[in-house]
Design a protein around this ligand. Sequence first.
Ligand code: ADP
Length: 658
Amino acid sequence: MEQIRQLQEANEKLKQDMDLFAMPEALPQRPDYVPEAGSMQGTSAPKSTFSADVLGMEMPYLGEGETRVGFQHFDKVENERARAEAMRVEQAARVTGVTPRPPPKYEKTEWPLSIVFVSSEVTPWSKTGGLADVCGSLPRELVKRGHRVMVVSPYYQRGTKEDKYFEGAFDTCSNAQVGCFGAAHEVGFMHQIHDGVDFVFVKHDCYERPGGIYADAMGNAWADNQFRYTLLSHAACEAPLKIDFEGKGTYGDEVVFVANDWHAGLVPLVVASKYRQYWNTYHNARTITVIHNILHQGSEPATTFPNLGVPDDWYWSLEYQYPEHMRAHELDLGLVVNILKGAVATSDRVLTVSEGYAEEICTPLGGKGLEGILTERKHRLDGVVNGIDLDEWNPANDPHCEFPYDVSNLAGKLMNKRALQRELGFDVRDDVPLLGFIGRLDWQKGPDLIRDSIAEMMNEDVQLVMLGSGIGELEGFMQWAEATYNDKFRGWVGFNVPVAHRITAGCDILLMPSRFEPCGLNQLYAMRYGTLPIAHATGGLNDTITRHNPFALDDPEVAVAAAIASDEGPDGNREMADLGPGTGWLFDSMDTWSFMYCVSNACKLFRENPKMWRAMQIQAMSQDLSWYHAALKWEKIFEWSKIDPPHCEIQQEHHHHY
Ligand code: ADP
């Protein structure tokens, strides 16, 4: 109906704009006409004098009741077509017959803990990727379970529109002195409560400057990042002791610290080496290092060690030597302080964002130099796949998309596809598979694989839209491809959340050819929106996408049963999960042949077997991708850490193996 209304409006406007075709008030008399015997209607008809009068040209007379004047005829045909189409869409949607799964029921935990997340970014205040999403969502889930949760992150003021999110934060008036970089630095703590979570923002001049979170506008990392995140880590250790939350008191010294990535990596180290060893506190605290991406380790020359505010006799934990081929020049010994290594060596447990990635980082290919120490600590290393924020990514209620839908009725998805095609200037066609890519343009995400396959892909009848920014060469490729394949390719350079939502909703297929992927969120968002992912079989992608099974029944009930069976991820009922039609395609090797094999197969299925496609969408959308299951697993990790004695106990003499 929406379509019809839009068409009518467009027609009205067109009519008004074009006086030439304005209808006369009263129609002139139709000439009397008797058809000749055996003549085809219309073809050999005498010319209407009226048409010639009004239009200034001669038009055939079409028969009883039909005067092809102005846009009247066009209106009818178009409107009828739109109405029929809208009905077809609605009817097609009705056959889904699947009810959306209800959200999980929350039960309170029997062992409430005080938990402190430390992170360099948190949604919506600051975000460059998945880390921010995790630190914005998971704490809320833990609060629902009855835990007391604080998130410590910098108070950024970067001259962007995100600055305003900080406006609601109030000064706790409990400044702390932080000892590092050869001086005592004063930091403030700003506080904001959201869904019961205490968001605490560390205030210091070094976080207030225009540019990116980690880099300036040109993409060069801030020269003082070591200082900025050393400060954050030390400040975070003070927060639970210092901040007296109104009416609720301090968090105290029995907390569980969750140190995310290298930026917070000094937390476990400082807790063990200073607070517990010398300052007689945090004896019952525990520390968990979470690795969201092992590529970034926070390594700086070993000579910077005294900056870090860590007692000298703990140098061993940070010491790291790069292999020869990674050194800058012949005199470079490759000696660094590696903060992530220090975190892995001293925290009570290590956690990463998928089971698959936990395995991969223990291998030379995936460990990026830390595989040795991670393998040593493997008995304390786990993986839990991230959940997603079901409110932010909800096709039934997405402010960025025009047409809401859920698994019970997929008409809205088709409407969103057409809207996206229109927005991008593509032909508005339902029968062409619309492919999307969203992500940082760097080698991790594998956009170069799309680049290398582009000629072959553009040979198919497809439309492809890429959204992302990053390496200039790859941005250049997107511009080149748009110019070369203008009817099939759109490249959108930039970071744009509304567009990301519309691509996720409007596309049929999401491409995720990541070389490695700790967890990956876009494939989860895509599946929730009934957009089927094609991804490299690595890390979290491998754990969360179920391969298409061409022998499966295309029955919605089977699809739903398979989705329920896969709730527990790789630990779940794989047999049942694999009986379903699947939720996407995985290619095992990072080459164009394997990639295009999946793309071609997926497009073929899209064109030739809509019923199976629909079943795959149902399986994808019926999965429980909420944080609930993930939060329960995180809770287990917290509990295990509390049950074990601390990894670094107070020692008079240090004999360490690392
Ligand atoms: P990573 O954290 O490695 O960048 P993830 O898949 O875990 O990758 O998370 C990426 C997040 O950033 C997703 O929420 C994704 O939608 C978002 N994102 C990435 N690039 C863009 C972009 N160009 N515009 C909008 N959102 C983006």
